[in-house]
Design a protein around this ligand. Structure first.
Ligand code: NI
Length: 178
């Protein structure tokens, strides 16, 4: 197992459509384990393969408090979405520190494959619904701020750039003090 570097917005890999998984082998399982370790360490509740630079359709999710309910979804697809829409504050490990309200269907039914290639269905609501939709978006080259109006998206991206600059400046100061 290994911690993987998380690709940061606006890296072009985050805007690409990921390829379906066709081979269910040890390499895929190893990547899923590394992604889970990376997600737990961050910490986060979800991570998509493109966020670690692998342009394949796989995501890991664990929304449990105890961090003992890992879900690995291979080739996940939203099969049905409710007409009811909810607005929820979202964040992303590729845009750390940024939180914005995003509107999405309240409930979705998702089909996916597990690491052995077996097919499953999952009914999702509340945080799970938000998380699944957010992660599947990553497989289609979409990040959560893409759901905002252009004005709000630009403002959010500018805020992220400013936070990064401040963080880099603080790190440099610490270096000089050391
Ligand atoms: Ni994300």
């Amino acid at each position: 197992m290994a911690l993987l570097p998380i690709v940061q917005y606006p890296d072009p890999r985050l805007a690409k459509k990921a390829e379906p998984v066709a081979v269910f082998d040890d390499k895929l399982a190893g990547l899923a384990a590394d992604m889970a370790e990376t997600m737990y360490a961050a910490p986060g509740v979800g991570l998509a393969a493109p966020q670690v630079g692998e342009l394949i359709r796989m995501v890991v999710i664990d929304i449990s408090e105890e961090k003992n309910a890992l879900l690995v979804l291979v080739n996940p697809e939203v099969e049905a979405a409710s007409e009811e829409i909810v607005e929820c504050e979202e964040g992303c490990l590729s845009l750390p520190g940024l939180y914005e309200k995003v509107k999405r269907p309240a409930h979705v039914r998702v089909k996916y494959q597990d690491l052995q290639g077996a097919s499953h269905e999952l009914e999702c609501d509340e945080l799970m619904s938000v998380c699944v939709q957010h992660e599947i978006d990553h497989l289609d080259g979409v990040v959560f701020i893409d759901h905002l109006s252009l004005f709000k998206k630009q403002r959010a991206a500018a805020r992220l750039a400013k936070m990064r600059k401040e963080k880099a400046r603080a790190a440099k100061r610490r270096e000089q003090d050391a």
